[in-house]
Write a protein that binds this ligand. Structure first.
Ligand SMILES: [Zn+2]
Length: 94
């Protein structure tokens, strides 16, 4: 048993903004490697020194994939705009 409790570190995905989980296997005191965002699957190059983020950047950006929730929200907004637009046309025609 170790007295030192595992430190946690949070890295925000540069693509989607989600907090990227760092596997326990990774030594956050000294790590230079790649992490994958669980949400958007983008690959980030991360450098950790002394349990702090030293440097990180996007290696591979996956094509934007909408969640079902986001999709329906966009769809609803678009439908609303279409209705308003159509109402406008009808209104002009009397
Ligand atoms: Zn992401």
């Amino acid at each position: 048993m170790k007295g030192k409790k595992g430190k946690t570190i949070e890295i925000e995905c540069l693509v989607c903004g989600e907090i990227v989980k760092i596997p326990n296997l990774i030594d956050i005191e000294d790590y230079d490697g790649q992490l994958t965002c669980q949400k958007c699957r983008s690959l980030l190059q991360v450098k950790l020194v002394g349990s702090k983020v030293n440097k990180y950047r996007v290696v591979k950006k996956r094509p934007r994939q909408l969640t079902a929730e986001e999709y329906y929200q966009i769809k609803r907004e678009a439908e609303k705009e279409i209705k308003e637009f159509e109402a406008g046309i009808r209104g002009e025609n009397g």
